[in-house]
Design a binder for this molecule. Structure first.
Ligand code: ADP
Ligand code: MG
Length: 477
């Protein structure tokens, strides 16, 4: 039997406000436990929540970025359940009437295909506190600092068909929230958490299979692995005669498996009802205009422009629009060097590799965009070959100056004097008569040996094209 995977994601992203969604308490990460939750966040008797306009502004920016309709009227509801990190017994969230309606985002797959993924809705809600299990023995600590922190929960349509689709979509949402400045997206600090709903169905069947929901995944790599595991588990289960039950599961990264947390029968009935302390949220055109006036060029638009304007492949355009900083860096290199394709190769290749190796952020790169552009200019005008350029890049990375200074001080200028190259090749041919005979007897692979010798003799500086031409001519002789 052939199976098809169906995935829908729910993503909680923490909004970058200074204060909580319904109170003036601060949202800063890392404070001493239980120093940042006020009476409102704790829902003590007699308090009145007041909606933070900044949280609404950020949600509206997101809605606009995914071409969604902003609800003129939305409603906050109480989602009732008991948990030690939720002492007030309910979470304020939006249920039937969310602030952001249907929207869409585009993802680019490995082979460059563009696919549209629907967003069902995005709603505002408050976060709960946190249970601390690891720091203590024999008991659990509760830190309520996070209670009342504003979240935007972004729910997708079940439009994804593979773990790779899901990762591309999650990365896209992560990219958008950072581009438009509504969240820092910091996954270690829990500012971006993903729940994956996963089911399988026989290829060709229209009805969806029963889904399991994997909660609180906090890295893209784990998301991919968790879904992969879950798909295999469900297929094995069904093929072995069993049935998938609707349940919540947790991904254990150490064991690389998902485990059941609770089944639907044990699931909470939240008894949602409109929060009597909060008026419906009404948003008019002027508020939307204000909130979205300074939105930057968005990733999809930027990607399309990089494709059209700089002639990049969908894949490269997608990669280089990964963050605003990276896109800006690339555009400076492309403009100053006048060689967008070379610029794309160098930024996505050599530069990224060096940053990864040094575990540095782009902003800390010792090779700035103008410096890299200067290097590419010297490849373009034939001063150095692409191979020597890597050596120059390395020296620039070590802080030895710009491309011209490194080329000068290390004597790396390409040898293009054909007389000099001929002399050198004559010597090589004379010294390797055995290989010459082999070549002339039809063993063409030996040609590579001669190229290698010539590059070695010139310390990589001989113009490779000239070396090839002259070698061909002389070896035939
Ligand atoms: P709930 O109200 O229980 O959270 P929803 O209908 O809102 O359920 O769906 C939650 C998420 O699950 C959405 O992202 C949706 O796309 C996804 N989803 C729904 N049905 C399936 C399914 N059969 N397989 C995979 N994902 C699904
Ligand atoms: Mg849900």
């Amino acid at each position: 039997m052939q199976w098809e995977t169906v995935i829908g994601l729910e993503i909680h992203t923490q909004l970058a406000t200074k204060s909580k969604i319904f109170s003036g308490a601060p949202t800063a990460f890392g404070a001493e436990p239980n120093t940042q939750a006020c009476a409102i966040d704790l829902g003590l008797p007699g308090v009145l929540p007041v909606l933070n306009a900044e949280a609404v502004r950020l949600a509206v920016r997101f809605g606009s970025a995914i071409q969604a309709e902003i609800a003129p009227r939305s409603v906050f509801a109480r989602k009732n359940y008991f948990y030690p990190d939720l002492p007030k017994g309910y979470q304020i969230s939006q249920y039937e009437l969310p602030v952001v309606g249907k929207g869409l985002v585009e993802i680019v797959l490995e082979d460059g295909t563009v696919k549209t993924i629907g967003v069902t809705r995005a709603h505002l809600e408050e976060d709960a506190g946190k249970s601390l299990h690891e720091e203590f023995q024999d008991f659990t600590g509760i830190d309520l600092n996070r209670a009342g922190t504003p979240l935007l929960e972004i729910v997708s349509e079940p439009d994804m068909r593979s773990p790779q689709d899901a990762v591309a979509y999650a990365k896209k949402i992560h990219q958008i929230v950072r581009y438009i400045g509504i969240s820092d997206g910091n996954m270690q600090e829990g500012s971006f958490r993903m729940d994956a709903n996963v089911s399988v169905r026989p290829v060709g069947q229209e009805a969806f299979g029963t889904r399991a929901e994997i909660k609180n995944v906090n890295s893209f790599r784990f998301l991919e692995k968790a879904i992969q595991f879950e798909v295999e588990r469900q297929i094995d289960l069904i093929e072995g005669g069993g049935t998938v039950v609707q349940e919540t599961r947790l991904y254990d990264a150490a064991k690389d498996e998902t485990r059941s947390m609770r089944t639907k029968e044990e699931a909470n009935d939240y008894r949602y009802f409109p929060d009597p302390d909060l008026l419906p949220l009404e948003i008019d055109a002027a508020f939307i205009k204000n909130a979205t006036a300074d939105l930057p060029e968005l990733p999809d638009a930027k990607r399309a422009r990089f494709h059209a304007e700089h002639g990049l492949s969908e894949y490269d355009a997608n990669l280089l629009t990964g963050s605003r900083e990276l896109a800006d860096y690339f555009e400076v290199v492309a403009k100053e060097s006048g060689e967008p394709k070379l610029a794309a190769n160098w930024v996505s290749g050599e530069l990224m590799a060096a940053l990864n190796k040094a575990e540095k952020e782009l902003a800390e790169s010792p090779v700035s965009a103008p410096l890299l552009a200067g290097l590419i200019k010297r490849i373009k005008d034939g001063t150095i070959s692409g191979k020597i350029a890597k050596q120059v890049f390395e020296a620039m990375w070590q802080g030895e100056g710009d491309a011209d200074q490194v080329i000068e001080s290390q004597g790396l200028k390409q040898i293009t004097d054909s007389g000099a190259i001929e002399t050198m090749i004559d010597e090589i041919i004379a010294a390797n008569s055995g290989q010459v005979e082999q070549y002339r007897a039809g063993k063409e692979k030996v040609f590579g040996f001669f190229v290698g010798q010539a590059m070695k003799a010139s310390k990589g500086k001989a113009n490779p094209q000239q070396v090839n031409e002259i070698l061909k001519r002389k070896l035939q002789g």
